[in-house]
Design a protein around this ligand. Structure first.
Ligand code: DQA
Length: 150
C-alpha cells in the first residue's frame, strides 16, 4: 500500500515555528519515527512545498497510483480553490490533517476549502494526527480484505 504525506507552506519550519502551537519536533524527525513504525508494512513517502502549484502537481502525480494522500495544506486550506479542485479531480482518497485545533483559533482558520472533497479530517491532535490518518487507511484496507500488519 502506497501512502504519501503532503505538507504545505511553512510546515518545513515545524520544530522552529511557533512551538507553543506546533510543538518542538521537526517533521523530518517525526517522519523517521513513522518510517520505523510503518515502513515495513506500507510504502510511505513525504513531500513538502511552499508553493501552491507544486502541491497541485504532486496531487496529480500520485492521485491515480497511490492508495492514500494525507494532506496538511497549511494556510492554503483556507484559501486555495485550485488545490480543492485537484483533490476532487484525483481518484486517491485524501485525509486532511491539521496539527493545531483550527476551530479554537482565528475565524479565518475555521473554514477549509479542502474538507468537502476529503475522505475525512483530523484536527488538533498534534503530529499524532498523521499517525491516525495512516492507521485509518490501514484499517480501511483491512476492512476490504487486506492483510497489513503493523
Ligand atoms: C495548520 C493550520 C493552518 O491554519 C496554518 O496556516 C498552518 C498549519 C495546522 O496544521 O494546524 O500552516 O494547517
Amino acid at each position: 500500500m502506497k501512502i504519501i504525506i503532503i505538507n504545505g507552506p511553512n510546515l518545513n519550519l515545524l520544530g522552529k515555528r511557533e512551538p507553543s502551537i506546533y510543538g518542538n519536533q521537526s517533521f523530518e524527525q517525526f517522519f523517521e519515527s513513522l518510517q520505523k513504525q510503518f515502513g515495513s508494512a506500507i510504502e510511505l513517502s513525504y513531500f513538502q512545498s511552499n508553493s501552491e502549484g507544486a502541491i497541485i502537481d504532486k496531487i496529480h502525480e500520485v492521485g491515480f497510483s497511490h492508495d492514500g494522500i494525507i494532506l496538511n495544506g497549511g494556510a492554503y486550506s483556507h484559501t486555495s480553490i485550485a488545490i480543492a479542485d485537484a483533490i476532487a479531480a484525483v481518484e486517491t482518497p485524501v485525509v486532511e490533517v491539521h496539527i493545531s485545533n483550527v476551530y479554537a483559533r482565528e475565524t479565518f482558520r475555521q473554514h477549509s476549502y479542502f474538507s468537502a472533497s476529503c475522505k475525512g479530517v483530523i484536527v488538533g491532535l498534534g503530529l499524532q494526527g498523521y499517525t491516525l490518518a495512516i492507521l485509518s487507511f490501514i484499517l480501511g484496507h483491512r476492512a476490504q480484505g487486506g492483510n497489513i500488519q503493523v
